[in-house]
Design a protein around this ligand. Sequence first.
Ligand SMILES: Cc1cc2nc3c(=O)[nH]c(=O)nc-3n(C[C@H](O)[C@H](O)[C@H](O)COP(=O)(O)OP(=O)(O)OC[C@H]3O[C@@H](n4cnc5c(N)ncnc54)[C@H](O)[C@@H]3O)c2cc1C
Length: 459
Amino acid sequence: MAVQPRVPMREQNPAVRITNFMSVPLGYSSEEAVTEAKRCLQCKVPMCETGCPVRMSIKDIIKLIADEEFEKAFYLSKADNAVPAMTGRVCPQEDQCEGKCVLDKTGQPINIGKLFAFVADWARKKDILEQIPEESNGKKVAIVGAGPAGITCSVDLRKLGYEVTVFEALHMAGGVLQYGIPAFRLPRDVVDYELSYLEKIGVDIQLNKVVGQNVDFEVLKKEYDAIYLATGAGAPRFLNCEGEKLKGVYSANEFLIRVNLMKAYKFPDWDTPIICGDKVGVIGCGNVAMDAARCAKRLGAKEVSILYRRTKQCAPARAEEIHHAEEEGIIFKEMISPCRIFGNEDGWVTGIEMVKTEFKGTDKSGRPRPVNVEGSEFILEMDTIINALGTTPNRLFLSNVPELDTYSWGGIKVDDNYMSNIPGVFAGGDALSGGSTVIDAMGNGRDAAEAIDKYLNNP
Ligand SMILES: Cc1cc2nc3c(=O)[nH]c(=O)nc-3n(C[C@H](O)[C@H](O)[C@H](O)COP(=O)(O)OP(=O)(O)OC[C@H]3O[C@@H](n4cnc5c(N)ncnc54)[C@H](O)[C@@H]3O)c2cc1C
């Protein structure tokens, strides 16, 4: 029997969406979701589930959607995933669940991410909530950081009856979901609603609390039975090249925090200024680079270029995001690497010197290794440069806890049970990996919750 083609996702027109920060995909209707779910072959051995770090019951959820049992589908997704509307939108499904779908061989895997976002959106509109027993088991766990790892660990522990307090440095919970990923990929009403679930099930979220600064780590150790460190990797990696300190050169973190968390795109209605010139160069080709480039376009830049030392086929950014960026007119300048940034006498950036690259061999990750082509330097005129080279773990907390074992690059060392060298202090997410994905951080959070539960029951 011929396989039906994937139900296409309706999207905002590129010419319109570069003038706003509203969601690019418009979401499935109930009819579209049911038709898409009915394409699922209901494999005996659902390979899609092996690709999911939080172990969602993908096959059964899709069957429930196909049978129009949306409420049951929602409860089943929520059993393993605290924030399905968000992961449905931002997970790299093409490398995970959808990449393992049998139909991927036809180029048309089941649109699992969009189906899960549909179910969660349906439940949000009806304000349907999972009921969690209120009783406490008398034990207290502190979680440091309210990003995907901290959120997931807090929900799983709360479901097991622990009293959970999450300490978050910023004035809003969510970590990168809130301050990094722009609203046109992750609408803020979706973020706010999914995060409000934490408080509804009794997780205590303490905002503006920086552990190691206005909250003493020693006090936490005395007051809580266990601690989970989920402080992320919010510090930028620098280019370390001449001209990096010129005005008009941003790290992607600073640029995106100003835009997303501090609503610079609503200036002057909001107080955060942002300067984004006509010609913007973004260094790097990951999700962070795509987000920065697409934000710059929406802030009115006339020409936004991705400057990348490989080709976009080797890029770490999600295929969907590269496709959306291209539709929005982002220019990809491939096989070039930055040498130095230069500016005018007032200290403002005016351009960047790049060198051409060629591939020679492969690196540790198996990707082709780019090397500079001697004498091929050239200049690109730019008035804004955004460095999206990647991130490293936040040092603010780490520098205040010298007894915690870390790698030289800042990652926290843990054993097979996610416990650090300090007994009862666990860690997870980007604080361990130095930068990964939302769902991997959530998978870490789930595993750590299990490990913390075992530790507290058999100390
Ligand atoms: C711009 C951008 C786009 C991305 N796009 C994608 C994508 O499309 N898909 C995908 O899967 N992944 C994406 N990622 C990666 C993904 O977001 C991260 O892997 C994930 O958020 C890591 O989760 P986490 O909980 O470990 O850390 P974070 O999300 O970084 O959360 C850590 C939290 O800890 C808080 N904190 C830090 N120190 C302290 C302290 N001392 N006291 C209290 N709180 C503290 C921080 O304020 C922060 O809220 C993107 C990342 C960025 C930056």
